[in-house]
Ligand binder design. Structure first.
Ligand code: HMG
Ligand code: MG
Length: 307
């Protein structure tokens, strides 16, 4: 079978936005550093497969993430499609680099825990906002769309369970800066559906409705698709995923790949939910990327459709 049998659920939304993170979250954690023209081709193929948003690269310090040190070259080739291609920017230096290339959509990335803030951003939980505030203000003033990530929402490898009110407080601070979307990250993939529902309830109670939220699940413990389904039932309509299940985070112990885009799309299409994604083109893209990386894709649907 190349497509799922469709049984719609009237309680679920008619359409979902799949936010593709493979070229950024995926490639930032691969041992093989790909040439810029392969990254550009990857982004173009993902867009041609119908993905509405593709996070293209990262304007962080090249010493911190050498795999994406060619961000200028990659975005320089893709600028015509800039509104659909967000990029990570941690600070003003990152934003300046992105603006110089005509970027129209950026993402800042904060941590819900002190330890990960220090390891990933070289500053504490509070100080991270001193870095983000001017970036978000400048981007909003320039009419650039801004997403904010909160990492370690469901558990932290150094601190263990993360109190929900601590996660909500970080998300609330981002929302108060005027960001367009807040993506809640299960960076190490330990979360389970009950936690997802409880966290979404807590965000809603703090005045942040599901339509400003996106979910970003890593699949380290095999929970990502179940968690996405729980969030979908709750009312979330934007999900981050990575073609072929590429990914991880170089600064988070035990973070492996993101939820595979093909697995998410298979479930959504089976539920009769529109995504705009052509699954065959997407699978062909993940297969091609696997040959570039010289390793098989980890996503289950890609494996099933190409085996
Ligand atoms: P720092 O060392 O504190 O930076 O790093 P600084 O402001 O002190 O500057 C030091 C030097 O770096 C200066 O150069 C700056 O110009 C330069 P010098 O004067 O010494 O020659 N510099 C830069 N150069 C290029 N681009 C920049 C930049 N910024 C400073 N943007 C910093 C602070 C935030 C820069 C560093 O910690 C960093 O780059 N961190 C990035 C870590 C990262 O990318 N992690 C992976 C992404 S997060 C993730 O994957 C999680 C997510 O997927 C969600 C989830 O799963 O939960 C989003
Ligand atoms: Mg991630």
């Amino acid at each position: 079978m190349r497509t799922p049998d469709v049984v719609p659920d009237p309680a679920l939304p008619a359409r979902v936005t799949v936010y593709e993170v493979g070229p950024r979250d995926g490639l930032q954690n691969e041992d093989v550093t790909l040439p810029a023209d392969v990254k550009v081709a990857f982004v173009r193929r993902l867009r041609a497969a119908g993905l509405p948003i593709v996070e293209a690269t990262s304007f962080v310090h090249p010493r911190w993430v050498p795999q994406l040190a060619d961000a200028e070259e990659v975005m320089g080739a893709l600028v015509d499609d800039a509104p659909s291609l967000p990029v990570l920017v941690p600070n003003q230096r990152g934003l300046e680099r992105a603006i110089a290339l005509g970027v129209r959509h950026v993402a800042v990335f904060g941590s819900a825990t002190e330890t990960f803030a220090r390891r990933n951003l070289n500053r504490g939980l509070d100080d991270q906002f001193a870095m983000f505030e001017p970036v978000v203000r400048a981007a909003v003033d320039a009419g650039i769309a801004v997403r904010a990530y909160v990492s370690m929402c469901f558990g932290d490898p150094w601190e263990g369970p993360v109190p929900r009110d601590q996660v909500v407080a970080v998300g609330r601070r981002f929302a108060d800066l005027g960001i367009d979307q807040l993506s809640l990250g299960d960076t190490i993939g330990t979360g389970t559906p009950g936690q997802v529902v409880a966290l979404l309830d807590a965000f809603n109670a703090a005045g942040l409705p599901d339509d400003i939220l996106a979910m970003h699940f890593h699949d380290t413990y095999g929970q990502a698709l179940a968690n996405a389904y729980a969030a979908l039932r709750h009312g979330v309509t934007t999900f981050d995923a990575s073609a072929g299940g590429l990914g991880g985070c170089p600064y988070a112990e035990s973070a492996t790949g993101n939820l595979a885009t093909e697995d998410l799309v298979w479930m959504l299409h089976g539920l009769g939910i529109e995504t705009g994604v052509d699954l065959d083109l997407l699978v062909a893209t993940s297969q091609w990327m696997a040959t570039q990386l010289r390793r098989p894709p980890v996503g289950r649907v890609v494996a099933a459709l190409t085996g």
